[in-house]
Design a protein around this ligand. Structure first.
Ligand SMILES: Cc1cc2nc3c(=O)[nH]c(=O)nc-3n(C[C@H](O)[C@H](O)[C@H](O)COP(=O)(O)O)c2cc1C
Length: 162
């Protein structure tokens, strides 16, 4: 089972969660991991807010977008300003060949309603591209280092994948 793991993390929480997921996914087969990066490096909060209004201006470093050779795509999504990060959104919009692919969207968030809103938004984008099998995982940032929470919410669902 080959997996592609893509995440964005400004403050480190999504990076931590994504690496936990990677440790499990790589036990199932080849696993490629990429951090989405803005061209020119990290942006400050004002620039990132600007990108929320003008998402077409976002430029990210190249990352594989074709899921043809993968069984699973894991997305590590931080919820910022009630939206998925602009950099990750840019990536998600460019993904191709999603039909029948398992896509795990893992949201790291502060406010549950925001995270659910982001999940609906991202699911709509992915479903417009075809028929992926989407699994949403929600992790409050305050539980990122809570091992039993992560085991139940993140690790167990990944282990059950076949
Ligand atoms: C500037 C800022 C804005 C945030 N806005 C939201 C938000 O609108 N909704 C939410 O659920 N969490 C929000 N959060 C909480 C983040 O989702 C949380 O800190 C998460 O861990 C960030 O991911 P990262 O550590 O991988 O960058 C915000 C955090 C920051 C610092």
């Amino acid at each position: 089972m080959r997996s592609l793991i893509v995440f964005y993390s400004h403050y480190g929480n999504t990076a931590f969660v994504t690496h936990k997921a990677w440790n499990e996914l790589r036990k199932k087969g080849e696993s490629d991991i990429f951090e989405v990066e803005y061209v020119g490096g990290k942006k400050n909060i004002i620039t990132r807010f600007f990108y929320r209004i003008f998402p077409f201006l976002v430029k990210i470093e190249p990352i594989p977008v074709d899921l043809s050779n993968y069984d699973i795509l894991f997305l590590g999504v931080p919820v910022l300003g009630a939206h998925p990060s602009s950099a990750l959104l840019k990536y998600i919009k460019s993904i191709i060949n999603v039909d029948s692919k398992r896509i795990i969207c893992s949201y790291v968030y502060g406010v549950e309603l925001s995270a659910k809103h982001c999940a609906v938004h991202i699911s709509k984008i992915l479903e417009k591209k075809g028929n992926p099998l989407i699994m949403n995982i929600f992790i409050p940032w305050s539980n990122v280092h809570n091992e039993s929470f992560l085991n139940k919410t993140l690790i167990e669902p990944i282990n059950k994948l076949s």
